[in-house]
Design a protein around this ligand. Structure first.
Ligand code: PLP
Length: 438
């Protein structure tokens, strides 16, 4: 290990608890676009994008300029003490961007989990009901309520209970491992229809404030439902006057080639949460949704000291400008096609790749020991991530079994960087010899 990295590693081990985990041993000195340089000068191609935060790339010049300008003018007043323009402007833009031909409002918070907490508060207050329905393989954060919604036990939930009450979990549309043993499209989306049965045996619809779902389950393994799924889910929610909350913390802000992933399916949710890439790396999250729901809540019912910080909001306005005016959504589409082509080739070449799925450049490969039994290949996924890192590529796994390899690279990645990263993946799969088709 090189000098600075060695010193910092020792210090990190001594001074910082082990629980905040590290995927790579790298300490980054600077980053730009889709490249990171560590403290010893080693270059890394970034396919992780700070776990979906760097859609517009590291240190995009427009984001940096907006941050610098705002930092020189006003860093913090607290929105509840004295308001400022960037909060109003960004909220107005998100209200326009969110799908739905009805009046909308936006409030800001700091993290994805905080946005989800607020969305649940809004739904519970507006509907005057306690229960929330969430999904197998779902991930919504690490605060008490969002952890209660989150579906993976280790490492997230283990040892941290008891959890919040009135959380009910049902099956998601995980077609590769259909919980009903059915096959799409013959299944006729039975997993959505199952909600009617769920209302009989788990929770009454009259007690349910909200159904919260990710449009593509992120941490759960980039699980991508079939096109009809959300239309059906919304119909059931509307039948019982239940709010549909779509958690776009990972999928939103251009990740899938649309501003919000739910737009792929033409569905208009009651509330949408966004965070991660919203402010180009600055902490900021948002809840956007029906004005009629927000406006039921009394003055002072929602808020927070740092929520909607002016510097973060200015960064957010720059991100929107880049995505919408610099052709980045179109670039995301092209990027997605290129990655999908290579992942499909990998699947033909390496038996270990059981499934390829996703939307736009939010793509994943699920690794299995055997294509028939679909036994999850977690160790193999770990080895692949490790070997890619040794070769200069930062890659992430996900999935409840940790056996899914996902791509969250900055959308500004150059073709050359992309092809270099994909070549490292190919080379590593080959070297690991994990089920190459002979
Ligand atoms: C869908 C989803 N919701 C919520 C969260 C929590 O966001 P944060 O880590 O910013 O609290 C995440 C984080 O990965 C996420 O992917």
């Amino acid at each position: 290990m090189a000098n600075r990295t060695e010193r910092l590693t020792k210090q990190r081990i001594q001074q910082i608890p082990q629980a905040p985990y590290n995927i790579t041993p790298a300490f980054i000195r600077e980053a730009s676009g889709a490249m990171m340089i560590d403290v010893d000068g080693r270059e890394l191609i970034d396919f992780a994008g700070g776990i979906g935060v760097n859609n517009v790339g590291h240190c995009h010049p427009k984001v940096v300029a907006a941050i610098r300008d705002q930092a020189g003018k006003c860093i913090h007043t607290c929105f509840h003490v004295a308001m400022y323009e960037p909060y109003i402007d960004l909220a107005t833009k998100l209200n326009e961007l969110a799908p739905g031909d009805f009046p909308k409002m936006t409030m800001f918070a700091n993290s994805g989990a905080e946005a989800v907490e607020n969305a649940i508060k809004v739904a519970r207050y507006a509907k005057k009901r306690p229960a929330v329905i969430c999904f197998e393989n779902g991930y919504h954060g690490r605060t008490l309520y969002t952890l209660s919604l989150t579906s993976k036990i280790k490492p997230y939930k283990f040892g941290f209970g008891p959890f919040a009450a009135e959380v009910y979990r049902t099956h998601y549309a995980y077609c590769y491992r259909c919980p009903f043993g059915l096959t799409y499209p013959a299944c006729d989306i039975a997993c959505a229809d199952y909600l009617e049965e769920f209302f009989v045996s788990h929770v009454a619809p009259e007690s349910t404030a909200a159904i919260i779902a990710e449009p593509i389950q992120g941490e759960g393994g980039f699980i991508t439902p079939p096109p009809e799924y959300f239309t059906k889910l919304l119909k059931i929610a509307q039948k019982y006057d239940i709010a549909l909350i779509i958690d776009e913390v990972q999928t939103g802000v251009g990740r899938t080639g649309k501003f919000f992933a739910i737009e792929h399916w033409g569905v208009e949710p009651d509330l949408i949460t966004s965070a991660k890439s919203l402010a180009g790396g600055m902490p900021l999250s948002a809840v956007t949704g029906r004005e009629e729901m927000f406006q039921k809540i009394h003055v002072g019912g929602l808020g927070g000291t740092f929520s909607g910080n002016p510097v973060s909001c200015r960064a957010g306005l720059a991100v929107l400008d880049i995505l919408l005016n610099d052709g980045l959504l179109e670039r995301a589409d092209t990027l997605g096609q290129k990655i999908l082509k290579r992942f499909t080739e990998f699947q033909q070449k390496y038996e270990v790749i059981g499934d390829v799925r996703g939307k736009g450049p939010m793509l994943a490969m699920e690794l299995v020991r055997d294509r028939e039994t679909k036994a999850p290949a977690k160790e193999e996924a770990d080895q692949l991530v490790k070997l890619c890192y040794q070769k200069g590529l930062v890659l992430l796994s996900c999935g409840n079994f940790g056996n899914v390899i996902r791509t969250l690279m900055p959308l500004v990645i150059t073709d050359e960087q992309l092809q270099r990263g994909l070549a490292i993946m190919d080379e590593s799969l080959h070297e690991l010899n994990i089920g190459a088709i002979k």
